[in-house]
Design a protein around this ligand. Structure first.
Ligand code: PGA
Length: 253
């Protein structure tokens, strides 16, 4: 039985003082839920090391929101997977829809980012999701399969077994419009099936697939009780300590 992973994507929010107090409150919260595997927090780069140093709760892990597709060198403004790994970071988001839409993260670039992450020992949380147009014109399953195919399916069994998937329909991100539990379950089951058909049922069964897109304390319990939904990647609601910890404590009920 897969346990739940609750992840918070802080995006480009919070000053350092706000980030420290939010993280400290989470660090001190009671996160001892049987169904909880871990809590992943993705703060902006400058806060990674300070927050990692503050952390004394084993359940919490800190990850980066993005990495460079390059190993090292003359790439001003970029941060490599190796650098992150050298300060103790173990996770990174790859392919968040905001980066696909606003920062030119193509399938090919994301494939390289996945490679750099795995080479450096980082676990990629690979995001995929369709736009509203793609949902409405019925191509959404093909779109997701293509995103996975182009950036992940070159990986060996061993490497792909380290990856966590986040299914985040673009039309649900930051819009307050959550996918229904049935829509999420349909897509998660589909994604698991695609992995199983390529890498075998055993790997498919173990794969963690998180849901993202306006996930909050009011809808998380129902979403996370769905068979193929193994947790959430949470944006807005991860910035509010009461709501974020409620999402975790709801795992009990
Ligand atoms: P949201 O963002 O929860 O604010 O919709 C989710 C995400 O972008 O990962």
């Amino acid at each position: 039985m897969r346990k739940i992973i609750v992840a918070g994507n802080w995006k480009m929010n919070l000053n350092f003082e706000e980030a420290k107090s939010l993280f400290m409150a989470l660090n001190q919260a009671d996160l001892s839920q049987n169904r909880l595997e871990k809590v992943l927090i993705f703060p902006p780069y400058p806060y990674l090391k300070p927050l990692l140093d503050m952390k004394d709760n084993e359940v919490i892990q800190v990850g980066a929101q993005n990495i460079s597709s390059q190993e090292k060198g003359a790439f001003t403004g970029e941060v490599s997977a190796n650098m992150l790994s050298s300060i103790g970071i173990k996770y990174t988001l790859v392919g968040h829809s905001e980066r696909r839409a606003l920062s030119g993260d193509t399938h090919e670039l994301l494939k390289e980012k996945v490679n750099r992450a795995l080479e450096s020992g980082l676990i990629p949380v690979f995001c995929c999701g369709e736009t509203l147009d793609q949902r409405e014109n019925g191509s959404f399953k093909q779109v997701i399969e293509n995103q996975l195919q182009e950036s992940l399916f070159h990986l060996s069994n061993d490497d792909v077994s380290k990856v966590i998937i986040a299914y985040e329909p673009v039309w649900a991100i930051g819009t307050g419009k959550t996918a229904s539990t049935a829509q999420a379950e349909e897509m998660h089951e589909f994604i698991r099936g695609v992995f199983s058909s390529i890498y075998g049922a055993e790997l498919g069964e173990k794969l963690h697939i998180l849901y993202g897109g306006s996930c909050n304390a009011a809808n998380s319990s129902e979403l996370f009780s769905s068979e193929n939904v193994d947790g959430g990647l949470i944006g807005g609601a991860s910035l509010k300590i009461d709501e974020f910890t409620e999402i975790i404590s709801n795992l009990n009920g």
